[in-house]
Write a protein that binds this ligand. Structure first.
Ligand code: HEM
Length: 446
């Protein structure tokens, strides 16, 4: 290759990658959305415990983890059931603590959200299910949870952030968070399967950091339509495809680490939100009803990374399924992904809003440039493949399990009959996920 041509090529490549030259430059934009350059949506440093004045919350949560009896268990040991009831009674007698001292400290507010949301879930789902009256969430939990959620601009209930992002701790604090160096502080069931379930989502989040870097490079381009950026964009789209293939493998890896029966019967019932699957309604005492609109349970549908990939590639989830399946199967919920955003920490949601507002999207550039079209389509197809595999996983863990016999001592989950194989948000799993898969397929450019 002649020297001039080589210099020209180097200039082209560095003009593309040169947009994000120094660490400090890339940090400042992502930092604004509370995104870490190396750990993505995980906080750069794992949360510390709340100050001493909140010890009752912290200690009571530590006492509940892996110990309380799920309300659906019929023939639990009497002493264990009694001890679970006493655990709830302690909360009934708590004062309503003010969170004012935490309100200038985002990390402490996040920690308060996590602790309170886990306590609420332990409280609600340890109540025996043979009762019919609404579940009262005592004001000692409800009032501060709603208050901190309002400041964090997220739903006042256990979310993906509380179970995965803010629940993860490095085993060795001297080393950064990685799949070899992570544990999860809270679990309901105390099973390894539950921890592995969070671990598989965490692996997708951590591998997804490279996607954030790709998106960030795009955001920093002055003019994505300038031909000078073409080869950089192409190689980033190819990279995106490869990362998506790896994310698919990581997601599928859940099958090796989590037993579907343990997941469905011992872990999942703890995740149900307010009235999920036709269950009892929850009443947040001391809080106006209008303040607690978003109260579905946690779902990886609240993971910002997958939404960010959608927004970057221009996947439109608001379309109806096309071609329309039979009326019986047309349960797809076109507003689902929008709703899931309300469960994310406000700053992460802002990042998605920012992506939605990109004036010149990568899809538009790919439409205009035949040489980018194939790379764009390959990335979209890799995302569609990820959703195909995810549907299989969800069917294995939820749809098939809804047909299975409960383990000894467990009540049949009547609200989850065959037709009621619903997600934690109360959605018909298969139709909902197929809508997302079809919306992805529809983005492929002719
Ligand atoms: C045993 C493993 C899993 C099961 C049973 C499962 C189940 C589900 C269900 C039922 C839904 C429907 C929404 C709802 O909760 O109501 C859903 C949505 C979703 N899940 Fe999973 N999931 C699993 C693992 C994962 C992992 C590891 C990820 C990666 C972050 C993930 C990402 C998503 C996303 C992004 C959605 C929103 C719908 C979409 O984008 O297609 N899931 N999942």
């Amino acid at each position: 290759m002649n020297a001039l041509l080589l210099i020209h090529l180097i200039q082209k490549i560095s003009s593309y990658y040169g947009r994000c030259p120094s660490t400090s430059d890339s940090r400042c934009t992502l930092e604004k959305y509370d995104i870490d350059e190396y750990q993505g949506f995980f906080p750069s440093v794992a949360h510390e415990k709340l100050p001493k004045s909140f010890d009752i919350w912290e200690a009571h949560l530590a006492d509940a983890n892996g110990r309380l009896i799920l309300g659906e268990v019929e023939d639990a040991d009497f002493a264990e059931t009694e001890s679970t009831r006493e655990w709830r009674e302690v909360i009934d007698n708590w004062p309503v603590l003010t969170t004012e001292s935490l309100e200038d400290e985002p990390r402490l507010l996040q920690r308060a959200h996590t602790v309170l949301a886990w306590l609420v879930q332990h409280y609600a789902h340890s109540i025996p299910t043979d009762r019919t009256e609404p579940i009262r969430i005592p004001k000692s939990l409800a009032v501060p949870l709603v208050r901190v959620s309002k400041i964090l601009r997220m739903a006042p209930i256990l979310t993906f952030a509380d179970t995965v992002l803010w629940n993860a701790r490095p085993r060795d604090h001297r080393r950064p968070l990685s799949m070899d160096n992570v544990r999860f502080e809270n679990t309901f069931s105390g099973t390894e399967d539950e921890e592995n379930f969070y671990r598989s989502s965490a692996s997708v989040e951590l591998r997804g950091v490279e996607v954030i870097q790709i998106i960030h490079r795009y955001l920093n381009l002055d003019d994505p339509q300038n031909r000078i950026n073409e080869s950089g964009l192409r190689s980033d789209l190819l990279r995106l495809k490869t990362v998506l293939q790896e994310l698919t493998e990581l997601m599928e890896g859940v099958k090796e680490a989590v037993d579907p029966r343990v997941f469905y019967w011992q872990v999942r019932p703890w995740f149900d939100g307010n009235g999920s699957g036709g269950g009892r309604r929850w009443v947040y005492e001391g809080v106006a009803e209008s303040a607690v609109v978003d109260t579905s349970g946690p779902s990886a549908g609240q993971s910002t990374i997958i939404h960010a990939i959608d927004a970057f590639l221009g996947i439109d989830h608001r379309q109806l399924r096309c071609p329309i399946p039979s009326v019986r199967k047309q349960h797809g919920d076109t507003a689902f992904m929008d709703r899931m955003r309300r469960y994310m920490p406000g700053l992460h949601r802002d990042f998605l809003d920012h992506l939605d507002d990109i004036p010149v999207t990568i899809k538009k550039v790919a439409m205009e440039r035949p040489c980018l079209r194939e790379a764009y389509n390959d990335a979209v197809k890799a995302l569609k493949r990820l959703r195909d595999i995810h549907i299989r996983v969800a069917c294995l863990y939820i749809v098939s399990m809804a047909r299975s016999q409960p383990p000894d001592g467990f009540q049949r989950r009547v609200n989850r009959g065959l037709d009621g194989a619903r997600g934690t948000g109360g959605n018909h799993v298969a139709s909902l996920l197929k809508s997302g898969r079809d919306a992805t397929q529809n983005a492929v450019l002719e």
